[in-house]
Design a protein around this ligand. Structure first.
Ligand code: DSN
Length: 461
């Protein structure tokens, strides 16, 4: 009798199995402070690995191209309903594969090639898909980018330069104004952006990928009353699988009743093929989890933890963009302490102690896109593990210690040493030498063990 276990394709793949185990161990033993990462629940991961992975279902509920989609229809309708209810919007598309395709679908729905758009620049904390020149969104559409204000960036107050954004909008008359960031540590005032968009009759599109979980958790104002369209990934503060959603608000439908249909058409057949039904199932689970009262406490704790972490860093002489944190992340500008382009050294040192962070551009960057001058630290993942103020105090101390170990290394070089002015080869050689040296540092080895001991007390789901 035929047995699927006998067919070659179903043989056990020990190599991938080994890597999965290794990655699990890494996640268990280390701390995750990349602000866009999180731990999805076991239920979310089970939905991702469910039988929905086997299905093709181009189209939308009730309008599929292939047979066998009755249950998929039920699934997608349920997930759409959950998204609409949770975000309080009249329309949701849950098929985008991820954030950048979701954003591209919005351009496709609203613009013709060469239409004018405005978005926040990557170095100021925006996103590639908000019209960066290397992204399809900056290649296919005429894109103007806005930044933050030029001065006083370490002050704890709104850093957007609304006059600049309004002037750009009036001058360029964009179809879309994007609002939303991947490295902005304070609250975003969606109303102010909406007032500018109204003046030039542009669509205001809010990309809330980073803060979606904070919005549904009630700790960040919602863009729903102000934006026409909202996009979000589902795997950051929302704590779901990798994926995305596009929402249309009442305001969006009032501006253009055809928006929901335009968005659906843009996602499929405009941009994508068959939706990832297993991903949609897992998004459904995440939306269910995010609608529970416990998720509100989670979102509150994410912000409490981030505020505290920022406070510890400030107290220890670090320079923070926005002078602190009011959301889930902190953006440290290393320029005053280590010089331009030095984020990579701190990231490497953190890798050695088992803390994942990422080097990041800072506004008015004086390094480069590959060698930016900042680091981004976020609390969504450690908070999902149950860490609170007590643990953040410990983590904050370690972070400060590691950064000052890097500073000691830099201080051992001649005065006025500037990494960013070295040639490409010299930069590489300098980094290599740094890595060799720092990994032998006694404290680095000790901190790695201290981090592991802490991490193991807070299992990952
Ligand atoms: N890569 C994401 C982040 O880290 O913010 C943005 O897409």
């Amino acid at each position: 009798m035929a047995n699927w276990r006998n067919t070659l394709i179903y043989m056990r793949d020990r190599e991938i199995e080994r890597l999965i185990k290794k990655e699990k161990q890494r996640q268990e033993d280390e701390l995750e402070l990349i602000p866009s990462e999180n731990y999805a629940s076991k239920e979310v991961r089970e939905a991702l690995a469910s039988f929905f992975v086997n299905k093709y279902s181009e189209g939308y509920p009730g309008k599929r191209y292939y047979g066998g989609n009755e249950i998929v229809d039920e699934l997608e309708k349920l997930v759409i309903d959950r998204a609409k209810k949770l975000f309080r919007v009249p329309f949701a598309n849950v098929q985008p594969y991820s954030g950048s395709p979701a954003n591209l679908a919005v351009y496709l729905a609203l613009c013709k090639p060469e239409d004018q758009v405005i978005g926040m620049s990557l170095t100021a904390g925006g996103h590639l898909s908000h019209g960066h020149s290397v992204s399809a969104t900056g290649i296919l559409f005429r894109s103007i980018q806005y930044g933050l204000r030029k001065k006083n960036l370490y002050v704890h107050e709104d850093l957007f330069d609304y006059d600049e954004i309004e002037n750009l909008a009036k001058k360029h008359q964009p179809k879309i104004i994007w609002v939303g960031a991947s490295a902005y540590p304070l609250m975003i005032d969606f109303q102010k952006f909406s007032q500018i968009a109204e003046k030039v009759s542009a669509y205001l599109v809010a990309d809330i990928a980073h803060i979606a979980g904070l919005v549904v958790g009630g700790v960040h104002p919602s863009p729903v009353p102000y934006a026409h369209i909202i996009t979000t990934t589902t795997h950051k503060t929302l704590r779901g699988p990798r994926g995305a959603m596009i929402l249309v608000t009442e305001k969006g439908i009032a501006k253009d009743p055809g928006l929901p249909e335009k968005i659906n058409q843009a996602v499929f057949p405009g941009l994508q093929g068959g939706p990832h039904d297993h991903q949609i199932a897992a998004i459904g689970v995440a939306l269910y989890e995010a609608s529970q009262p416990s998720f509100k406490s989670y979102a509150q704790q994410v912000v409490k933890n981030s505020r505290l972490l920022a406070k510890i860093l400030l107290k220890n002489g670090l320079s923070l963009i926005g002078g602190g944190s009011d959301n889930h992340l902190t953006l440290v500008d290393l320029t005053p302490l280590l010089g331009p382009g030095t984020g990579i050294f701190v990231q490497k040192a953190f890798d050695l102690v088992g803390i994942s962070i990422n080097k990041n551009s800072v506004p008015n960057e004086s390094g480069s896109s590959f060698y930016p001058s900042g680091i981004r630290l976020g609390t969504p993942a450690v908070t999902s593990r149950g860490m609170k103020e007590k643990e953040i105090e410990i983590i904050g101390e370690k972070i400060v210690e590691v950064i000052y170990l890097v500073k000691d290394y830099f201080s051992s070089h001649q005065k006025n040493f500037s990494f960013i002015t070295l040639s490409k080869e010299k930069k590489r050689a300098f980094i290599k030498k740094f890595e060799e040296k720092i990994q032998k540092n006694r404290r680095i080895k000790e901190i790695k063990n201290e981090i592991k001991n802490l991490a193991r007390q807070f299992p990952i789901p």
